[in-house]
Structure formats: structure tokens, C-alpha cells
Design a binder for this molecule. Sequence first.
Ligand SMILES: Cc1cc2nc3c(=O)[nH]c(=O)nc-3n(C[C@H](O)[C@H](O)[C@H](O)COP(=O)(O)O)c2cc1C
Length: 274
Amino acid sequence: MASDMTTGECAWQHDVLDVIDARSSTRKFAEVEVTDEQRQAVLHAASRAPSAGAMMMYSIIDIRQQETLDRLSVLCDNQPFIAKAPWALVFVVDYCKWIDLFEHVGCLSEEFAAEHGCEPRSTCGLGDLAIAAQDAIIAAQNAVIAAEAVGLGSCYIGDIVESAEEVAELLGLPAHTIPLSMVVLGVPHKERPATPHPVENLVMFERYRRADAATMDAQVAEMDAMFRPHATEAGARVTDIYTRKHTSAFMAEMNRSMECWLRNWRGEGLNADA
Ligand SMILES: Cc1cc2nc3c(=O)[nH]c(=O)nc-3n(C[C@H](O)[C@H](O)[C@H](O)COP(=O)(O)O)c2cc1C
């Protein structure tokens, strides 16, 4: 960060803030090659993300083959634009690499346990997941912002956690991994305006504050205003989310699949009867 060491004043990095402000999701890509320089800049930015204990508890699967993109477009709730993206990055929450390293340097042996006074542990729990998942997602967002800065558009694909059995097979994912996030990238088909984001009831001071009726009315009104012309009556955006997302078949599949991934994380196999 540019700063004046004598006064402690920092210069604002307006370019960074402008890139964050201008970004919006891209779902249509131009038939223009992504250059090696763009790819390197995006992957480097991902690797520069903060990481708990600098443990880098994630892996990035770099996908360019059409066959794999085609398959992912089906497995991720049939979203055809995924197959038309030239590039996809799957951010895998990865503790497998640490379990392998513990084994590799002898941490899991009886002798090591006796010498260091710690129980051998080759499993992962929800605490490990909490920090590893943050690692993976922060890296993904660094990639998204860097992509925007080098002229690439991107879109997260949350549905990558669906179809656990098929995705595990397709990407060769072992125990102690979860493909928590996917980002598709490419040169945008055309310039995109930034998507409005609602901010009512977002920031709370000092303590959590559950919304009262007036706050919820303000939230509903803000969302409906952004949702026009689809919002024809008050609350249209909320009912749209309820019917199209909260109670949808894809959300049911996502919830089923995440149970599989949680078992996989713990090393119990994807399926309960595995
Ligand atoms: C976790 C996550 C999952 C998402 N999954 C999808 C998806 O599967 N398909 C899609 O078209 N967009 C997906 N998006 C993009 C959102 O719809 C988009 O970010 C949102 O509408 C706000 O628009 P903006 O990104 O243009 O600001 C996802 C975004 C996030 C953060």
C-alpha cells in the first residue's frame, strides 16, 4: 500500500475500489482467447489471498477442456453458459494435502505420538472445515477481482456442490476435499453494468440486531425497487426467492450433496453406506 511513513497516512488505491465497484457477473463470453498473462495474473492473485496459518488449505482445479466444461454444465443444474465459458476454476477445500503431508513426514506414527505427546489424528472436523473453507473462498474472490482487473468477466457457480458422486468422479476428488466453489471466466461478450445490491439490514453496529417489521418493510421495498419490472406487488422479490430458490429442486439436491461432501470431508466416504 502506498503510504507516507512520516505521517502514517495511506493513499487510497482508487483503482482497486473501482474494479470492485464495476464488477458484475458475466454469463456470456466473447469468442476471444484468454491469454497466458491473464491466466497467470488470476492464478497468482488467488495464491496471494490470506490463508489461515498460511496453510493454503485449498487446491485450484484449472479446467479448459471442452468435454469437462460440457459435463460440468449439466452437473451444475444444467446451466448451458458454463459449457460456453473458455475457462473454469474449481476451488477445492483441501485437507487431503495436509493429511498426506502429515503421513509423509511421519506425524501419524506411534513413535511420533509418543515423542511429541499428541494423539495421532488423520481425520478432519468442522473446525478444520471452517478455516479451510474461508481459505478457498477468499482465494476465489481474489481471482474474481484480478480477472476483472485484467479484462476478464467471471461468474461463480454455487451448483458445483451438487451431484457429489458424479463431480467427485469427474474431478478425481479424494477424501478430505470439497469442491466448494467454481468460477467460470472469459472475455465478456459486452460491457456489463454493475448489478445493484441491496444494503438494507446489512451492517449492524456492535451487536446483532434482528430486523423489526419497519426494517423488513424497508428491505422488501429496496429489493422490489431493484427487481422491477418483475416486481409487480410488494414482496415480489422475497416470494420469487422463496419459490425459485429456497424451495427449489436444485436447493434440495445441493442440501443432499453437501451431506455427502461433509462425510467425504470427515473421511467417511461420500455415501452413508460406502
Ligand atoms: C456463492 C455464489 C453462487 C453463485 N452461483 C451462481 C450460479 O450457479 N449461476 C449463476 O448464473 N450465477 C451464480 N452466482 C452469481 C450471482 O447470481 C450474482 O453474483 C448475483 O446475482 C449478484 O450479481 P453480480 O455478481 O453481477 O453483482 C453465484 C454467486 C455466488 C456468490
